[in-house]
Ligand binder design. Structure first.
Ligand code: SF4
Ligand code: SF4
Length: 302
């Protein structure tokens, strides 16, 4: 039993991760490495040092407390070598302008539930609840399971936001505790899926079929990234799924947003991700029209 887990963030009053007003819990750790990830700070399993360049005063207070040479001076400016950081955390309180922080904090199930329960009235009045997201929440399986169980014990609606890449038996184990799955459908082409997410999609498709067959309520979430998967072939594949799986609760198109790049920069991982403009509204609307024309009607922008 894991009574605690590593959390990147908890967002109260969220309206984007399932029905109604929700509390969304973002866990750390993901088996995928999507090139367009908007939560890059949630991919690594362990906590990480985060550095906000814009807040740095070049006072160099961090250098004297750091037990490694993570912080150094170049051309009279503060520079950082993330690979040397051993996460002692000493530099964080030494920084006078909060330019440094640790991403990923250990929380107990009790702490999380205490926060969740504060907004129970909002969930009831809005038809909302709690969403466990990430990263991939299945990577902290026992922690996720315990939070979901505590939510069910308190009659709170539960949603699991998942990439689908976890052992099938774990999905079956957690199924009775999940009212709604937000299930990613990232790329229909087998090799492109591997190229852009780091894994093939066999297991993801297998788990989707299994959950659908077990009458799970599923919203399919399709991130669409200009120049990568905004292709006729992928849109047709989405429509094929729509027709083949009529009991899907819905399909959501998630237009690419480059919000993740700034977060990636702060943890020194910028070069691992694509750098393109955020999708404009006109393009997103065009995608929806294309899908409607192909026969997909229960589809909306997420
Ligand atoms: S202590 Fe903070 S403000 Fe000063 S150099 Fe280090 S990161 Fe920059
Ligand atoms: S599955 Fe989600 S959290 Fe994991 S890398 Fe892809 S977009 Fe990021």
């Amino acid at each position: 039993m894991n009574d605690s887990g590593i959390i990147v963030d908890i967002q109260r009053f969220s309206i984007h991760d399932g029905p109604g007003i929700r509390t969304t819990v973002f866990l750390k750790g993901c088996p995928l490495n999507c090139k367009w990830c908007h939560n890059p700070e949630a991919i690594a399993y362990k906590p990480q040092l985060s550095f906000n360049q814009e807040k740095c005063l070049n006072c160099f207070a961090c250098l004297s407390v750091c037990p490694t040479s993570t912080h150094y001076i170049k051309d009279n400016k503060h520079e950082i070598n993330f690979s040397l950081c051993q996460l002692s955390g000493d530099c964080v309180p030494a920084c006078p302008n909060e330019a440094l922080s640790i991403t990923g904090k250990i929380n107990s199930v009790e702490q999380v539930i205490e926060l969740i329960l504060k907004d129970k009235d909002f969930y009831i009045n809005s038809g909302g609840g709690v969403t466990i997201s990430g990263g991939e929440p299945m990577t902290q399986f026992q922690f996720t399971k315990q939070i979901l169980k505590a939510c069910k014990d308190n009659s709170i609606h539960t949603t699991l936001d998942t990439c689908g890449h976890a052992p099938s038996e774990k999905y079956l184990e957690i199924l009775p505790l999940v009212d709604l799955f937000l299930y990613d459908y990232k790329e229909s082409d087998y090799d492109k899926h591997k190229e852009y997410t780091g894994v093939y999609n066999d297991l993801i498709q297998k788990n989707f079929n299994m959950l659908y067959g077990a009458s799970a309520k599923i919203i399919l979430r399709c991130p669409i990234v200009p120049g990568i998967n905004d292709t006729d072939r992928h849109f047709e594949a989405i429509c094929d799924l729509y027709k083949e799986y009529p009991k899907l609760v819905g399909i959501e198109i998630m237009p690419y947003h480059n919000i993740g790049l700034d977060k990636a920069r702060k943890i020194g991982a910028e070069e691992k991700f694509i750098s393109i403009d955020t999708t404009d509204k006109e393009k997103s609307r065009k995608w929806i029209s294309t899908l409607h024309e192909l026969g997909c009607t229960n589809i909306r922008l997420g």
